[in-house]
Design a protein around this ligand. Structure first.
Ligand code: NAD
Ligand code: TYD
Length: 358
């Protein structure tokens, strides 16, 4: 029976991935997660009594623990999601990003190398270490620039992006130096169910439902490429099944939007689905606030390699994906209340407290 080790599986993308992996393949998963503010076992409630989901609370930087898990469960693959993932948090406090994203990934690679070298030839050949990364490692584009390809030079601008770039380089070096069968995916901005409500889309949905203001950094014209999380999960399954070791694959939704368009779309869907809101139209809640420092102007992904070589295509349009997402949050206000604990309120005070309106 195949087993996979997933790191960071209690977070947004990891929990969506685990649910879809078990539903699609029936195979077992060992989920190593430290349960930081972003990790929540409520995200995996449907798997609570499912023997195919084995949760282990622990740190990816704990080399000994990772080594023990690998020798005990003998996984055929590792999908490495665990990371500190929020740019604003990395600006206010970069240390955890260095510790988890760089040192943690390094320790994962060291433990994996020792395990992989001990495997029999057949299992060794099939083993994969899939590193989940971001398009932010490529830096910022101007309006007229071509989208990022796999050969775009790295130019990270935030401590988050720099720490992910460092981890990508480490992963690459373990393939080149030791032959460890690694693959890296660089994906654009995800949205969908179970995203912690401090990233743009869930923050705006949750604030709008409550009639609170919708903070837009700067002029609101920064552009991101948006991908529905289920499509990212299907891309990861595709890359695991058919990706070539040592390669990197860009994953994106062909869906570039500026932040104002995104927020207006969310507001329009809420006007329709939540007419009892304290404020209608919800767009009245939009407030322009002081910009993020080093705010990347535009990200755009050229995903033609994964489409052409591996046959992956995103299924969900932005309009449908946003609708599904807004519906999900409206139906899961208990989940929202649960994750908006003391820790969440502390963050909102720190990030927005000193951000005067502009
Ligand atoms: P998230 O912040 O929602 O979840 C991260 C998870 O990792 C949490 O469950 C947390 O508890 C866990 N974790 C953090 N530090 C850990 C440690 N030291 N040891 C073990 N577990 C730890 O993040 P996400 O949005 O689900 O992103 C997952 C991965 O995908 C990250 O590597 C991120 O860089 C990448 N990514 C995210 C996006 C996006 O739009 N969210 C886009 C592209 C790539
Ligand atoms: P975010 O969800 O933090 O993702 P990332 O910075 O990794 O792309 O932000 C998406 C965009 O939305 C980004 O341009 C910053 C902007 N933004 C706001 O305008 N207001 C907010 O309150 C937040 C959290 C983000």
């Amino acid at each position: 029976m195949s087993v996979m080790l997933v790191t960071g599986g209690a977070g947004f993308i990891g929990s969506n991935f685990i649910r879809s992996w078990i539903a699609e393949t029936g195979q077992a998963i060992v989920n190593l997660d430290k349960l930081t503010y972003a990790g929540n076992l409520e995200n995996l409630q449907g798997l609570r009594n499912d023997p195919r989901h084995n949760f282990v609370k622990g740190d990816i930087a704990d080399r000994e623990l990772v080594g023990k898990l690998l020798s005990r469960y003998q996984p055929d693959a590792i999908v490495h999601f665990a990371a500190e993932s929020h740019v604003d948090r990395s600006i206010l406090g970069p240390e955890d990003f260095i510790t988890t994203n760089i040192i943690g990934t390094f320790r994962m690679l060291e433990a994996t190398r020792a395990y992989w070298e001990s495997l029999a030839t057949d299992k060794k050949g099939k083993f994969r270490f899939l590193h989940v990364s971001t398009d932010e490692v490529y830096g910022s584009l101007e309006a007229e620039d071509e989208p990022f390809t796999e050969s775009t030079p790295y130019a990270p601008n935030s401590p988050y992006a720099a720490s992910k770039a460092a981890s990508d380089h480490l992963v690459r070096s373990y393939y080149s130096t030791y032959g460890l069968p690694t693959i890296t995916t660089n994906c654009s901005n995800n949205y969908g169910p179970y995203q912690f409500p401090e990233k743009l889309i869930p923050l705006v949905i949750v604030n709008a439902i409550k009639g609170k203001s919708l903070p837009i950094y700067g002029d609101g014209l920064n552009v991101r490429d948006w991908l529905y999380v289920a499509d990212h999960c299907s891309a990861i399954r595709t890359v695991l099944a058919r990706g070539r070791v040592g390669e990197t694959y860009n994953i994106g939704g062909d869906s570039e939007k500026n932040n104002l368009e995104v927020v207006h779309t969310v507001c329009a869907v809420l006007d329709e689905l939540h007419p009892d809101s304290p404020v209608i139209p919800h767009a009245k809640l939009i407030k322009f606030v002081k910009d993020r420092s080093g705010h990347d102007r535009r990200y755009a992904i050229d995903a033609s390699k994964v489409k052409r070589d591996l046959g992956w295509v995103p299924q969900q349009s932005f309009a449908d994906g946003i609708r599904e997402t807004v519906k999900w949050y409206l139906d899961h206000l208990d989940w929202v209340a649960q994750v908006q604990s003391g820790e969440y309120r502390k963050w909102i005070d720190i990030n927005y407290g000193g951000r005067q309106l502009i």
